[in-house]
Ligand binder design. Structure first.
Ligand SMILES: C[S@@+](CC[C@H](N)C(=O)[O-])C[C@H]1O[C@@H](n2cnc3c(N)ncnc32)[C@H](O)[C@@H]1O
Length: 231
């Protein structure tokens, strides 16, 4: 069984779409797609490091899938040819690392149809990058696994002309539009984080600083969004 995080990606993938999973590690997502896929779509797993690929190969062998999933070593999109697959998954890396991967293969990235991006942190920076660099975000999802919330950003090549506020970048404009049911618990958790940091700063006894003002403003803004979501 896939974890809630990987299951969220699997549910979003268009059935029959050929997929490359960048930073595949254990290749769990690809195994699942291979086992369920009726069609013989191309499945490619890549990883920067050889150790995860060795393990992935063993897992695939155990399930008799070693000829069904291609494994390749390399950084980011480098192991893929332009337009080789329709969908590209990048999950479990930081938003800034995913941004770097795009930046280094910008032209190639535009030859793929769909991106399924699941940063383990820095989702706001990744959204901003997508909006500013010729990609459109057309769907979003949010899942909780253990104590952590994971954003799924689904994008495609094509510039979108729209301005986003910082709060939209942080919370996900499409999740806000849909009033996604996981947003209230996510916002409550973030507000608690902000309050904890604020208390810590207050304890030091320093005079009010810029960081405190920013945190207080964030708590207020998030509180207003929460109220609107729960209306
Ligand atoms: C935390 S695991 C994530 C595994 C899986 N994608 C998931 O979400 O469960 C990150 C994997 O990405 C690989 N990785 C890190 N940077 C990479 C890069 N620039 N290109 C390809 N793979 C990378 C690591 O070797 C590791 O196996």
């Amino acid at each position: 069984m896939l974890s809630p995080r990987l299951n969220m990606i699997k549910k979003a993938i268009v059935p029959g779409e050929s997929i490359a999973d960048i930073g595949t590690d254990h290749a769990l997502l690809l195994q699942d797609l291979a086992l369920e896929g009726q069609e013989e779509k191309t499945l490619i797993g890549t990883d920067l490091n050889s150790e995860p690929l060795k393990k992935a190969q063993e897992h695939l062998k155990e399930k008799g899938l070693e000829n069904r999933v291609q494994l390749r070593q390399g950084d980011g999109l480098n192991p893929l040819a332009p337009a080789e697959v329709q969908g590209v998954v990048i999950a479990g890396l930081g938003g800034l690392e995913i941004k770097r991967i795009f930046e280094e293969s910008k032209e190639k990235a535009k030859t793929f149809e769909t991106f399924y991006l699941l940063p383990h942190q820095q989702a706001a920076q990744l959204r901003e990058y997508i909006f500013d660099n010729g990609f459109t975000l057309f769907a979003e999802d949010l899942a909780k696994e253990k104590d952590h919330f994971y954003f799924l950003l689904i994008g495609k090549p094509g510039q979108e002309k729209r301005e986003w506020t910082q709060t939209e970048l942080e919370l996900g404009p499409l999740l806000l539009e849909k009033k996604h049911p996981m947003l209230p618990p996510f916002i409550k958790k973030r507000m608690k984080d902000f309050q904890r940091i604020l208390k810590k700063i207050e304890k030091t006894g320093d005079s009010p600083c810029q960081q405190m003002l920013v945190l207080e403003q964030k708590i207020e803004e998030y509180g207003e969004v929460l109220e609107w979501l729960l209306k």
